[in-house]
Design a protein around this ligand. Structure first.
Ligand SMILES: [Zn+2]
Length: 272
């Protein structure tokens, strides 16, 4: 039997998920998922499009075979899987994102200049890094996944439990939040005071991780008073993680003591 895939294959509009990591949404889906290796999932809303059965693709939704971006997703399935130990996924192009930002009335270059934040491309694949607090699969850039596992084990030896709140998030996911708020009548500037512009979140690259402590509310400033935060301040740097948004950061982003970024090639075994 082939080993279960532990990567998410990425394309602009559709993600390719290992079926064993997905929960079925109906009895029919359950039967299909049990026999499938991969499932195509629309990024915008998480809709399951089709399952890769031994005898071929089975549609899980009507007209799945006319879904925009389908060819690119199928190409990702047909390409060789990243080998175990692979650590440098290429990035997806940014043109689809720019078109959608224009449609939302958001000037990407203007926002980049104002915030000092770069556009963050998505990787072509992500590594399965366990599960988050909500038992959702946690996806990270392979370097960040390795560093997270190492750092978590180190913390545990020191009696500290670190919990992942959120890792990789797609452009489409962030665009969806933005579009829903626009539809409710909120203006672009109002939304930008609480949400990073789609495309500019460090979570898109899979190198950022929101970290919590069990029993504490997620993504609250009060995290700075936890033992987990004290431990991170002392030890995270040794694992290549830095706090991206300290108080009064130059990007105008609110203080986020829970948000840590893995600096590529900063971990101790980066050259091993
Ligand atoms: Zn974050």
């Amino acid at each position: 039997m082939r080993p279960l895939p532990r990567v998410l294959l990425n394309s602009a509009a559709i993600e390719v998920w290992p079926s064993w990591l997905l929960a079925a949404r109906s009895n029919r889906d359950a039967r299909s998922l049990a026999r499938a290796r991969w499932v195509l999932r629309r990024k915008r809303d998480g809709l399951y499009l089709a399952a890769d059965l031994p005898e071929g693709w089975l549609g899980l939704t009507p007209r799945w075979n006319r879904e925009p971006g389908l060819d690119e997703a199928l190409d990702a399935v047909d390409a060789p899987l990243p080998h175990a130990g692979a650590r440098d996924p290429a990035s997806l192009p940014l043109h689809a994102l720019r078109e959608r930002l224009d449609a939302l009335g958001l000037d990407a270059d203007d926002y980049a200049a104002r915030s000092g934040l770069p556009l963050e491309p998505e990787p072509r694949w992500l590594a399965h890094a366990g599960f988050d607090r909500y038992r959702r699969p946690l996806w990270l850039h392979p370097d960040a996944a390795r560093a997270w596992a190492r750092m978590r084990a180190h913390a545990l030896r020191d009696g500290i439990v670190l919990e992942a709140i959120s890792g990789y998030r797609s452009h489409d996911y962030q665009l969806g939040i933005f579009a829903r708020k626009r539809a409710r009548g909120l203006g672009v500037d109002a939304i930008l005071t609480v949400n990073a512009a789609p495309g500019f979140s460090q979570h898109h690259g899979g190198l950022a991780l929101d970290i919590g402590e069990p029993g504490e509310p997620p993504a609250e400033e009060s995290f700075e008073r936890t033992a987990a935060f004290d431990w991170l301040r002392a030890e995270a740097g040794g694992h290549g993680f830095v706090m991206s948004y300290p108080r009064d950061n130059p990007h105008g982003i609110v203080y986020e003591p829970w948000h840590w970024y893995h600096v590529p090639d900063a971990s101790p075994d980066a050259n091993a």
